[in-house]
Ligand binder design. Structure first.
Ligand SMILES: NC(=O)C1=CN([C@@H]2O[C@H](COP(=O)(O)OP(=O)(O)OC[C@H]3O[C@@H](n4cnc5c(N)ncnc54)[C@H](OP(=O)(O)O)[C@@H]3O)[C@@H](O)[C@H]2O)C=CC1
Ligand SMILES: Nc1nc(=O)c2c([nH]1)NC[C@@H]1CN(c3ccc(C(=O)N[C@@H](CCC(=O)O)C(=O)O)cc3)C=[N+]21
Length: 294
């Protein structure tokens, strides 16, 4: 059996088209141009790639994009002052501070300073808490993308066994909450979990968000499982460009899984598309408009 490859690129492109249509509608009917501000501290080359792609796609969807690049040695007070300014700026509806931040900055203090209504990353405790309480919230983009990709295979995941490997605030934990909201039965695994292969073998839906290249092996999987690979790992290639691989051994998994996301071309594509969705939603909510269709 060869797994179906879930085309994140195509699904993300379709979602971006829907967002662009809705943006055109709110511009026309309400004179509202949703705006996203991305804050990048330091010059990590991988982060610069994502930030550029966010910028291009935000503009392509008809939204305003504001980029703020700060030096790695920026003071906490200067960064907090920028966030305060963006919180007040009526042209900005979404604020994303690219993580990880340099060690000299206190991430929790920075995230807590973002207006929860503009927190398109869904990381502010108000939003994280609301999500955990099953209430409406801005939810993190990568987990939202994972759910959309899963539903492209299984329109209902009610009652299915899911395992999320990883429990970060950005991916694992919010993904668990979204899966619970979809009525899946969820196992949460992490670095202290015992016998990970055995836990994975019980799952119909496998989410790998660890940051360890190809850690999840093909022979761990239940035959026919749907595998969503969140990992983005750059592997050095002697004399060549680094290669991008996920947290799942893709070639092995192809022979066992029912469906699988590739890296690149899977979850990463959805993350940026969902960021546009969240910015549109935030803009509508701030303006007192009904939630958009996209
Ligand atoms: N495609 C996309 O859009 C995105 C991709 N990513 C990628 O996803 C991956 C995860 O990112 P992120 O969640 O931010 O990473 P973090 O480093 O914040 O979290 C990693 C998680 O994996 C767990 N873990 C580490 N080692 C093991 C192990 N041996 N067995 C089981 N669990 C383990 C850790 O457990 P513990 O809590 O016990 O330490 C932790 O919960 C990375 O490759 C990242 O680049 C991230 C964001 C977006
Ligand atoms: N506050 C914050 N929010 C984030 O959502 C956030 C973050 N910080 N820090 C870093 C991670 C990582 N991340 C990705 C986004 C897009 C791709 C992406 O577009 N990937 C392409 C390929 C990219 C390439 O070729 O390098 C793909 O998988 O097809 C990947 C990873 C968002 N993150």
């Amino acid at each position: 059996m060869t797994a179906r490859i879930i085309d994140g690129k195509a699904i993300a492109a379709e979602l971006r088209t829907r967002v662009a249509d809705e943006v055109a509608r709110v511009k026309r009917d309400h004179e509202l141009t949703p705006g996203l501000a991305v804050v990048l501290v330091g010059n990590d080359p991988a982060s610069e790639v994502y930030v550029r792609s966010k910028h291009t796609q935000t503009q392509a969807a008809g939204m305003a994009s504001f980029e703020h690049k700060l030096p790695a040695d920026v003071s906490q007070d200067d960064l907090l002052a920028l966030i305060a300014r963006l919180n007040r700026d009526p042209l900005v509806h979404g604020i994303l501070v690219q993580l990880p931040l340099p060690k000299s900055l206190h991430t929790e203090t920075i995230i807590n300073a973002i207006d929860p209504a503009k927190d398109v990353d869904g990381l502010h405790p108000n939003n994280a808490g609301r999500l955990a309480g099953g209430l409406a919230a801005l939810s993190p983009c990568t987990p939202l993308g994972c759910i959309i990709l899963t539903k492209s295979v299984h329109p209902s995941i009610e009652g299915m066994n899911a395992i999320v490997v990883g429990r970060s605030n950005l991916v694992g934990r919010p993904l668990v909450q979204l899966l619970l909201n979809e009525n899946a039965t969820v196992t949460i695994a992490h670095s202290r979990s015992r016998d990970l292969p055995k836990l994975v073998a019980q799952a119909d839906l496998v989410y790998a968000a660890v940051g360890r290249p190809e850690m999840v092996r093909g022979d761990w999987l239940k035959p026919g499982a749907t595998v969503i690979d969140v990992g983005i790992n750059r592997i050095p290639v002697p004399g060549g460009k680094p290669k991008l691989v996920g947290d799942v051994a893709f070639q092995e998994a192809l022979n066992v899984a029912g469906a699988i996301t590739p890296v690149p071309g899977g979850v990463g594509q959805m993350t940026v598309a969902c960021l546009l969705v969240n910015t549109l939603r935030a803009a509508c909510a701030i303006q007192g408009l009904p939630a958009p269709a996209a």
